[in-house]
Design a protein around this ligand. Structure first.
Ligand SMILES: [Zn+2]
Length: 197
């Protein structure tokens, strides 16, 4: 449609999740007319996120060093481990202020239609962590949808023989939804009212 750099930018923006062709065009023209200092900051932020951010060696949350902020915190309990799908779920649970244990980020949920099986998630790493014998309770905080439930059921079956208490967040979360969209109070209550599975 356009020539050269502006079309390249529209094409790149259009490949981002949730950005349609019209939004891509609007953002591209916004950038074109923006203050050069603002655009430089955006470009720097894009470059830095790839250079600096990596995944925590213990829980696989996003981190800027070998271990994330939560894994490095000595005041948190090693006895309670909360399993989530994505780093954004860690943020959602941290916002509730209800949880003082550690996390394990799976990197997704079991989804046969999209070719995601247990081997594509960090379930093996989870089993190794649990094998160390420190964790007394495992909280399955995967999303309240089909894939999240399937993942929770799969992990619960594997972990139960290890004699670790396995709990799932209480109902009240919007079914079929995404953990990150639950408000803090609802998610906080779901945490308090977690039940054994
Ligand atoms: Zn970590």
């Amino acid at each position: 449609m356009y020539e050269g750099a502006i079309q390249d930018l529209i094409d790149e923006l259009g490949r981002l999740p949730g950005v349609g062709p019209k939004s891509a065009q609007r953002i591209a023209f916004h950038i074109l007319s923006a203050d050069p200092a603002d655009v430089t900051r955006l470009a720097t932020a894009l470059r830095k996120v790839k250079e600096l951010v990596r995944f925590c060696a213990i829980c696989h949350n996003v981190a800027e060093s070998e271990q994330c902020r939560i894994c490095r915190d000595p005041r948190r309990s090693d006895e309670v481990l909360c399993v989530v799908e994505e780093p954004k779920d860690v943020v959602a649970i941290e916002r509730t202020g209800e949880f003082r244990g550690r996390y394990h980020v799976l990197g997704g949920a079991i989804n046969p239609l999209e070719g995601v099986g247990p081997d594509n998630l960090r379930i093996r790493e989870l089993m190794i962590r649990l094998g160390e014998g420190t964790v007394k309770e495992l909280i399955l905080a995967t999303d309240p949808n089909t894939e999240g439930e399937a993942t929770a059921t799969y992990i619960a079956l594997m972990v139960k023989p290890m004699g670790i208490s396995v709990t799932r967040l209480a109902s009240g979360l919007p079914v079929g939804g995404d953990l990150e969209y639950a408000d803090e109070i609802t998610l906080g209550r779901a945490f308090e009212g977690r039940r054994a599975v």
